[in-house]
Design a binder for this molecule. Sequence first.
Ligand SMILES: *Cc1c(COP(=O)(O)O)cnc(C)c1O
Length: 464
Amino acid sequence: MRYISTRGAAPALDFRDVTLAGLAADGGLYVPETWPSFSRDEIAALAGLSYVDTAVAVMTPFVGDSLTPDELKALCTAAYGRFAHAAVTPLVQLDHDQWLLELFHGPTLAFKDVALQLLGLLFEKFLSGSDKHVTIVGATSGDTGSAAIDAVAGRAGIDIFMLHPEGRVSDVQRRQMTTVGAPNVHNIAIRGDFDQAQALVKAMFNDPAFAGRFNLSAVNSINWARLMAQVVYYFYAAVRLGAPGRAVAFSVPTGNFGDVFAGYVAAKMGLPVAKLVVATNVNDILHRALSSGDYSTGTVVPTPTPSMDIQVSSNFERLLFDLGGRDGAALAAQMHGFERARAMQLSNAQREGAAGLFASERVDVDDMALAMRWASEHAGQVIDPHSAIGLCAARRQADHVPMVTLATAHPAKFRDAVERATGVRPALPARVGDLFEREERYVTLDATFAAVSDYIAGLATPRG
Ligand SMILES: *Cc1c(COP(=O)(O)O)cnc(C)c1O
């Protein structure tokens, strides 16, 4: 399997190199050259498999020759062995047609663990036996940072620099990042919002002087391996609800468009997906893009769902590339126009292509709180605010097919918001330990390229 850039001007890579690289050198994102396809029989054969065996089956075509089947299985067994539920991602039924897919049983209480626990092991595997040192630079709205740090803390050959927007992540999220004592973990609070932090990371990858000095790696959902790991749970859930004999719909609380893009990949591979509901909060660029073709940024409004407080959704580029006939030059021109004007219109092909599979909903804070109360009163489930955005959208789009809302975070990760909506203050699960006793360690920097790149350059290990 080879991977090509959405902007058509970077070298094609194999799975190993695409995992270590993250962003493509031409500013684009890597996607598989072709989508692997599963027949009906191959999907039917997934019935009853464990999560690990499902993961191996779904990911094998993407991994190609970069890992043997035994190596892939060993990595999945180790990654998913750290989850606190034997099913890894259990399904919970809410009413006749509505289900929750609980993706938060990993070490840092959000769905990012599903991909990042594997990614940390992939990095270690691909670096072992070489004296290559990688410098991971990432931006987080809270959950990617904690999951990535947990996945690589203390691992040889890796340093991680994680930028988060100061004061815009929950206390649990921040402490999960800043109380990890490992010397290879570096936290930076940015005086700005998530989009500024993300833009700084992009600028460092695209700056030849800076990027030339270090082996930079990305752990944001621009990293293909993360999306690949997320495709697995769409298969796992759909097969449990009757696929391939029955189509299943998914509602996905969306920020950077990574999680829901993994659902699109599953559909491209042949999984019968009836609909993908893109659920946004009031930061609704994706809802506007999908409902009217208008992809234009506003200013970020802070909400109780910080992991979705995003205006520019990096992975949307992957969808636009695929729907626009995979024309890298045309997409590069479209994206450069967007980067200048902070706005663009989707082409007709992009709009019509998206309309076949995607629906979208914008959910405000009041409706989010109502969904949390509904889950608690009608189904006995205390859910987090992000999952509630997804559930509200799912109930609006209900259509007599099984509808699975991705429950992206544990309610305890956002205890204050859950308590405000439901009156219940969720307890922190035992696996997070003494989070509130541990000492925090981070620096606070201005949201400028100079401040951040100088700080990182002073601590990172240069290329050998
Ligand atoms: C990251 C995250 C999201 C958004 O996922 P994307 O892949 O960025 O669209 C939603 N909910 C939670 C809890 C998250 O951590």
